[in-house]
Write a protein that binds this ligand. Structure first.
Ligand code: PTJ
Length: 246
């Protein structure tokens, strides 16, 4: 039992969620390695949402609200850490949720499908009985996407995405938004909008931003999108790490 007075309580709580999900059988074998890498980068930015991350979140929400068919991609790690928050956010921005696994197995898809359904989200895509297509005619399991979801989406939110999949999505002409604590990852470097933050802080924050932006004129959202420079913002995100070490 974790004590709330422990100085690393929040971090340990996330580890506990990851361990629990692993025992439940829906995490990838390398999920803990990915989580540990995320922890290290989070430590370096002070385990707080930085200003460049907030800026990217505003533009990400504007994009999702402007999109024709926005989709939030979920994998084992994001389900373990932020399932309910993702369901709430999907409702705010009117986006679909799709199971999109790097290490896809029928068993994992089945467990994750049941989890979303059990927690009130029946319309989950990417399930075993969904119509699964291949992006860019690439016939391997790195390119799979639901016909009514990612396959036809114009804007995808891909938290904790692997670089190969991010590349395929980007090359298929979709606007890609990532949440990745590592500003140097291939996914962060190639996405259109890179939010360098922990998914557990980012999603609830984005939900509040989106509620606010929904009330704004679309022209304002379009202006925000137009003015944003991801390369510059990523540089600012990287500086946050350097600042902490000075
Ligand atoms: O469930 P699957 O099969 O789709 O597999 C999921 C993982 C995450 C195992 C898979 O996509 C993978 O191997 O990813 P990578 O290549 O390790 O990339 C994950 C990225 O997410 C890394 O850059 C981590 O720093 C980052 N990351 C880890 N935890 C978090 C995070 N970013 C935001 N929030 C986190 N909590």
């Amino acid at each position: 039992m974790l004590s709330k007075s422990h100085p690393r309580y929040d971090s340990l709580l996330l580890r506990e969620k990851i361990v629990k999900a692993s025992k439940e059988g829906y995490l990838a074998e390398s999920a803990m390695i990915a989580h540990g890498r995320g922890e290290a980068f989070d430590y370096l930015i002070g385990e707080k949402t930085t200003y460049p991350a907030k800026r990217a979140m505003y533009v990400a929400c504007a994009n999702l609200l402007l999109a024709e068919n926005p989709v939030i991609s979920v994998n084992g790690n994001t389900t373990a850490l932020a399932r309910d928050e993702i369901i709430d956010f999907s409702k705010t921005v009117d986006a679909k949720i799709e199971i999109n696994l790097f290490y896809r197995t029928d068993e994992r898809v089945k467990i994750i499908t049941e989890l979303y359904k059990k927690h009130g989200y029946e319309e989950i895509l990417g399930t075993l009985d969904d119509d699964i297509k291949h992006l860019n005619k690439i016939k391997n399991n790195r390119s799979t996407a639901s016909k009514t979801g990612i396959y036809t989406s114009d804007c995808v939110l891909i938290p904790l995405e692997d670089g190969d999949r991010a590349e395929i999505l980007k090359n298929s002409g979709k606007k890609t938004i990532t949440i990745d604590l590592n500003p140097l990852s291939r996914t962060s470097q190639m996405s259109d909008i890179s939010i360098v933050d922990n998914v557990v802080r980012a999603i609830p924050f984005m939900n509040e931003i989106a509620k606010d932006l929904k009330t704004q004129d679309k022209k304002i959202l379009m202006e925000m999108v137009k003015e944003y420079n991801n390369e510059e913002n990523l540089k600012q995100s990287l500086k946050q790490i350097k600042l902490k070490s000075e």
